[in-house]
Design a protein. Sequence first.
Lengths: 279, 293
Amino acid sequence: MAFVAPQTVLFLLFFLAPVAIAFALAFMDVRPNRMTFIGLRNFQRVLNDPLFGKALVNTGIFTGVVVFFWLAKALLIAYLLDPMNRTLQTFFKSAFYLPAVTSSIIISLVWAWIYHPTFGLLNAFTSTFGAKPVAWLGNTDTALPALMAMQVIMGGGSSIVLLSAALARIPRDLYEVAVIDGAKRPTIFMRVILPLIRPTLLYLVVTGTVNTFQVFESVYVMTQGGPQFATTTVVYRIYQEAFQRFNLGLASAQAIVLFLLTFVMAAIQFRFLGQNVEY
Amino acid sequence: MVVPSRPRFDPFFRDPEHPVKPSAPGAVVILVILIVLSLAAVAPLYWMFATSLTPSALTVKFPPELVPSAPTLRNYQEVLAQPNFLRWVLNSLVQAVSVTLVTVATASMAGYALAKLPFRGSKSLFWLLILSMMLPFEAILVPLFLVVTRLGLVDTYLGLILPLLVSPFSIFLMKQFIGTLPTELLDAARVDGASEPRVFWDIVLPLVRPGLAFLGIITFVAQWNSFVWPLVVTRSSSMRTLQVGLVLIREQEPLFYGLHMAAAVLAAIPVVVIFFAFQKYFLRGVTVGALKG
């Protein structure tokens, strides 16, 4: 088929071939001049690598916390905007969307500056309440939460738009019936709204989890995985192994673990949230 | 029967036709929450802009000036004087424009075939598409780099651009858009003797113009903002893209915060302009969703 040819060729060369190579490399010891088959030894090393374990835990916490709060925030905002008029909706949707079109590098640079230990805006703000300055990104207790807070505060633009569209599609008569039945707002939210926007929520949970799990840019710019590996994430770990230590076999094994985890997470979410949902 | 007159103006910005309208105090609470949350999201962008206008001597001062007392364009002059800065802008443009053009062209072709021209294996191709959409780019970063190395394309425009042209998401999006067109219309043209390329060019493409525009806009923004691939595939300073350059500027001048912020503002301007120019595309909520990265 001539119509699918260009994308198919690109897909084979720059997608399927790399995936196949990743699987092959994961079983190899890769040296500049030769490759040796070493079976599952790379995977053993991945599983025994305490740093990779730490990265998995960090990334798991990051993803769980960020996806939960980011989605709760987006749902709250979409729900609050729903009964408002068009002008107001457009105004606030634009405001929330603006950080989403700005690159994560820019956002990370700005927040590294806001979190600055001596001249940062955040310490200036907390000092007006008498708090002592904190090295937000230099402290093992605050570094990961600081990254998560940034993600939640800046995130949500496109999910608000999607949830808002889903809310607007709810047939108005359903509300009217509920109101006649004497249902209060919380009941309407739980019994009418939530079930009807479930497909959109499912979509956002799945894509949000998969994308958040790949967190890299903010770590690269703001903390380089530190302090003491407190913010080392899975993709950052793979990047270090592959492009700083040139350990390509090990990095491939790590990437395959990442891929399988992503896949399993998405499958579980489909299974538990996706009943009666057409996708 | 008296028809209740609809108020034309609501001082609390409520939608008069909404079935569960909030009360006036309720609307005030809603507005307060919205203002607080949106300020939190936009304030950092303001702070970037404010710092970019602050002379470097005044950025290292505590507490910081919320409004620059002596605004200056000095930081911008210094960014533009950075070696290769304009080259990075050019590289980002080359990457974003070429990826956008090729993606829109090839994804609409593939989307047309998948939506309207059932062929052997098109079903399985479609499922392969869905599957690959789930695979994060980061998972194939290492082997992709090896492929590009083997092809001898590291640190070249081709090496930068070619891998970014693969876009299952774009094919999926165009399949959705083209799938909504009535098949009878295409059949009528075929009966009149139009060849498939003709049907595609003369009938399909004009009808999905909004879809093409949408795909083009989000692709451009995503490419302009992309970081990981340009970071690993470029080596020499003159091949870096703007996003990578922002990090390099900070590495070279770690203490000049106004300089970092001025560079960041310059990098943000194109996408912010695109956002406001094509606001309705971003805010319409196309159900396939928007992907970042």
